[in-house]
Design a protein around this ligand. Structure first.
Ligand SMILES: Nc1ncnc2c1ncn2[C@@H]1O[C@H](COP(=O)(O)OP(=O)(O)O)[C@@H](O)[C@H]1O
Ligand SMILES: [Mg+2]
Length: 138
């Protein structure tokens, strides 16, 4: 992305609940370093938690990549959640509040989209899932 720079991407293995805990801790510390407010730190950690859990539960495990980000003089945090699982056939449906195939609340993906400043979902039937979110300090 033009104007964006990043350094030191850290990767966390998401193979179970221990990975989700580690991901939450890393996201909290990157959010603090980026100067996000306490409220925005919590929004980002909440979004990350939901996406990490989806990676474990539906994606069959995967990883989170996390890095500091800068754009137009703002600092932020960029997170990627990637798995090689079954993918999501209907993205619009998956982003609908309350839609779940796993008996959950169906608010993870839609909630993460609302909580982040930028949200990108790259998936499809049979090709895994990649979700990228960014949260900027304001
Ligand atoms: N990484 C993923 N791989 C495959 N399917 C996923 C993934 N993440 C989400 N989904 C699908 O999207 C649905 C909605 O996810 P979400 O909004 O987090 O709700 P919930 O986790 O409560 O089901 C899931 O039930 C699942 O069918
Ligand atoms: Mg979920």
């Amino acid at each position: 992305m033009p104007g964006d720079t990043a350094r030191r991407t850290e990767s966390i293995e998401l193979d179970g609940s221990a990975g989700v805990v580690k991901a939450r801790q890393l996201v909290r510390s990157l959010a603090q370093e980026a100067g996000l407010s306490l409220v925005d730190q919590t929004k980002l950690v909440t979004a990350a938690s939901e996406l990490a859990r989806n990676t474990v539960v539906y994606g069959g495990g995967g990883r989170m990549e996390a890095e500091a980000a800068w754009s137009n003089g703002r600092s932020g945090v960029r997170l990627l959640f990637a798995d090689e699982g079954p993918g999501i056939p209907d993205v619009e449906l998956a982003l609908t509040d309350g839609w779940t195939t796993g008996g959950g609340m169906g608010l993870g993906l839609s909630g993460a989209r609302r909580l982040a400043d930028e949200f990108d979902l790259d998936t499809g039937e049979g090709r895994g899932t990649r979700v990228t979110i960014v949260k900027w300090a304001r």
